[in-house]
Design a protein around this ligand. Sequence first.
Ligand SMILES: *[C@@H]1O[C@H](CO)[C@@H](O)[C@H](O)[C@H]1NC(C)=O
Ligand SMILES: *[C@@H]1O[C@H](CO)[C@@H](O)[C@H](O)[C@H]1NC(C)=O
Length: 358
Amino acid sequence: MTNRILPFITLVFLSTLFSIVIGDDGVAISEQYPLVVSTWPFKEAVRAAWRAVDGNHSAVDAVVEGCSACEELRCDGTVGPGGSPDENGETTIDALIMNGVTMEVGAVAAMRFVKDGIRAAKLVMQHTKHTLLVGEKASAFAIAMGLPGPDNLSSADSIRKWSTWKENHCQPNFWKDVVPSDSCGPYHAKARIDVKEGGCSTRYLMGVAEPRSSLVGPHNHDTISMAVIDKRGHVAVGTSTNGATYKIPGRVGDGPIAGSSAYAVTDSGACVATGDGDIMMRFLPCYQVVESMRLGMEPRLAAKDAISRIARKFPDFLGAVVAINKNGVHAGACHGWTFEYSVRSPATDDVEVFTVLP
Ligand SMILES: *[C@@H]1O[C@H](CO)[C@@H](O)[C@H](O)[C@H]1NC(C)=O
Ligand SMILES: *[C@@H]1O[C@H](CO)[C@@H](O)[C@H](O)[C@H]1NC(C)=O
């Protein structure tokens, strides 16, 4: 090796080691892949995905390994079995997987009696020409395709939580403009009084809606949403969640909706999101992030733009997105809460947790 080449190689080596740079708002950026990014400090899930992708598995398989680890560990008590009871005390599962190369998507929503959300979503993607299966029919499909079940998805913890909520007259809840407003159902639409004023009809609704902030928070509304870029530069995303605690049975949020909780297009990048899914799914924030990056926007701006579009209409919403471009540059943005996300790349020895301030 000549003296002229050695310093060059050293430089390349050092730039690999120190590829984490601090962005101007303190968000670190690592320009490398393979890469695993996940909402929240779900470190074990990120490690599981990393083992797969570092061992040369595809981005899709790494997403399955990562989200599956979260389901087994019941991350934050809101992913996998035994979390977030609905109004009837039942736990159900929503999950999604998306292949950013082929644009194939598989998802299950309000799935009962089956613990393996992400594996069920992958079976939908691999073995059907559909995108989304729901409810008990999704459970029947998953079990017929070999997943364990039917299982009781309740835990002592979820039943305890639900009993306490029932004793508290089913407060808070997700109903609005109904009677009764201060106790358990059955609920009925509240009478509307139309008052004519100068030829215009003004509608008065009686009563005050329950603020959403009492229902949506980091410990009753969490989703693992994960993005992986594999060694070939292929991108995939996946999500798994129990949905909102005390939801009205049948409610499906952003979790299994491609473009809302997650999105991946290998030539542009990926996005993962979490928060108040009922509101976020009206804006498809992850579709917006990936599309903005396709048009040339930096990840940091793309993330901020997607969040601010929602905040303009819903100033009280809680939510966060992480934008990841095809080179592995990532940045988060959030609203209403402090958000954390986890990253594993060749630049570090273990999972790093980034904090994003609203
Ligand atoms: C990983 O995959 C690449 C491309 O398919 C191949 O060249 C390489 O040898 C593989 N590495 C390992 C450790 O299997
Ligand atoms: C499911 O498990 C919960 C918690 O262990 C228990 O309270 C409930 O009775 C079980 N339901 C059925 C149908 O076995």
